[in-house]
Design a protein. Structure first.
Length: 162
């Protein structure tokens, strides 16, 4: 498997989060400016409703910015050290037993579904609380993971853990 290293994956995630933070920060600042301009005085019920809606939107955008910052902090704290068994922070290389397709997952509690394209492959983040993440914890290269899904059992072989 000519797959990316853990160090490269973590660096790419940091860059992606930093870019998303810049964009979210710009969006929040623009929303604040619009909110400030429109917040002089509401003269009727419709204007008050519009101001309240802008306030909710600004709050949601600020919440998203905080979440991105939390994710960036968490990924910055993730160690690049090699791991032999799957635990949070591990980069796990899997092969689907029925299709032969290879998949790469970063087991991380704070990234929730993020994915990045790297060296022609997609690296998915998965939480240890998710069914796949929970099934991976404690596994080593050579182990098989079995997931009972509505469409049947999915078998994945752990090819490598870093």
């Amino acid at each position: 498997m000519g797959a990316p290293s853990k160090k490269i994956v973590l660096e790419r995630i940091r860059k992606k989060l930093t870019k998303q933070i810049r964009a979210a920060n710009k969006t929040v600042e623009q929303a604040r400016e619009v909110f400030q301009v429109g917040n002089d005085r509401a003269e009727n019920r419709g204007e008050r409703g519009a101001i309240q809606e802008k306030s909710w939107l600004l709050s949601a955008q600020a919440g998203r910015l905080d979440e991105l910052r939390r994710q960036l902090y968490a990924i910055q704290q993730t160690e690049v050290k090699m791991q032999r068994t799957v635990a949070p922070g591990a980069l796990v290389y899997l092969r689907d037993s029925s299709t032969g397709e290879e998949e790469i997952y970063l087991l991380h509690p704070d990234l929730g579904g993020m994915q990045i394209e790297l060296e022609g492959m997609t690296v998915f983040s998965v939480s240890p609380a998710a069914p796949l993440g929970a099934a991976m914890v404690g596994k080593k290269a050579g182990d098989t993971i079995e997931l009972d899904l509505p469409m049947g059992t999915r078998r994945l072989k752990v090819m490598r853990v870093t």
